[in-house]
Ligand binder design. Structure first.
Ligand SMILES: Nc1ncnc2c1ncn2[C@@H]1O[C@H](COP(=O)(O)OP(=O)(O)OP(=O)(O)O)[C@@H](O)[C@H]1O
Length: 156
């Protein structure tokens, strides 16, 4: 399994509380993504601060952390060729008003801050974000192998 075939997503609190988990997962699988790992969790403040640490100095950081810890989220690892780019195309622009029709954010986001889903922006971040929430033995790739490292696999 090459790292370029994996991305990481979160279904954010607003989308979970609006009962959009099912519709969003349908869009994901209809677009040809496999779900390699998935669970529902509630982020603690410290976790959200680390996950979004790159935005620590932005004016929206505090409200972003508060929103992301306000209720349960679904975290998942998705598998598809060229997964990062393909998934960012499927979710659409960060701001739903600018997202193309048919994209997940156009369909399910409420605003730029409550924008339904997260999608990794690089292969490196995809692996780091997947590893933030899952152990390697919890990620089941298509060829029936458990991911051990970015470019190293062993039979299950
Ligand atoms: N101007 C803003 N006002 C409020 N929230 C914002 C703003 N810009 C970004 N955010 C929030 O911070 C998150 C991370 O911002 P980033 O620029 O990384 O966007 P993104 O990569 O499209 O989103 P994500 O990382 O969640 O996929 C966004 O998804 C959004 O929820």
């Amino acid at each position: 399994m090459e790292s370029g075939n994996l991305t990481f997503t979160m279904i954010k609190p607003g989308a979970v509380s609006n009962e959009y988990i099912g519709p969003i997962l349908s869009k994901i699988t209809e677009a040809g993504f496999r779900i390699a790992a998935m669970k529902m969790i509630k982020l603690r403040t410290a976790q959200a601060e680390v996950f979004y640490g790159i935005h620590r100095d932005r004016p929206f950081f505090k409200s972003l952390v508060e929103f992301m810890t306000s209720g349960p989220i679904v975290v998942a690892v998705l598998e598809k060729e060229n997964a990062v780019e393909a998934y960012r195309a499927l979710i659409g622009n960060t701001n739903p008003e600018e997202a193309k029709s048919g994209t997940i954010r156009k369909l399910f986001a409420e605003s730029v801050s409550k924008n339904a889903v997260h999608g990794s922006d690089s292969d490196e971040n995809a692996l780091n974000e997947a590893m933030f929430f899952f152990s390697r033995s919890e990620i089941f790739t298509k060829d029936g192998e458990v991911m051990m490292a970015a470019n190293q696999i062993v039979p299950r």
